[in-house]
Design a protein around this ligand. Sequence first.
Ligand code: ZN
Length: 151
Amino acid sequence: MSADLTELYQQVILDHNKRPRNRGKLPTATRVAHGDNPTCGDQCSVYLRLDGDRIAEITFDGSGCAISQAAASLMTTQVKGRTAAEVQGLYDEFHRIVTTGEAPEEISDLAAFAGVHAFPARIKCATLGWHATLNALKGDAAPATTETHLD
Ligand code: ZN
């Protein structure tokens, strides 16, 4: 990845940290799920309202490291309007990016997290919000925790 691109991607993460998108509780939520990453101390709750099988609205709330909060913020912007199957597809792509560092050809905000692959402990931070959302879509009320079914 070129230095310019790396810088651009760092800006994406910093920007989501400074101005998180869709942050706060969603009073109209029909699904809520909580994610917990005890190895880093990250917490993330997601609130979503489904319209048919699509996510009409999504917000998140939580605390933790910069990576976890920026990734959750970015996630909310990526999954809005999507079906559960589409969200799973996006997550699979994001997971590949953060575990291999291989970004797609085209510029994608998800690729901003490619650098995480060099810090394996932070992969759980980056995927926490995604796991909470996938659980919410499944209607799984059990909290997502990085100690059991996150990878
Ligand atoms: Zn973290």
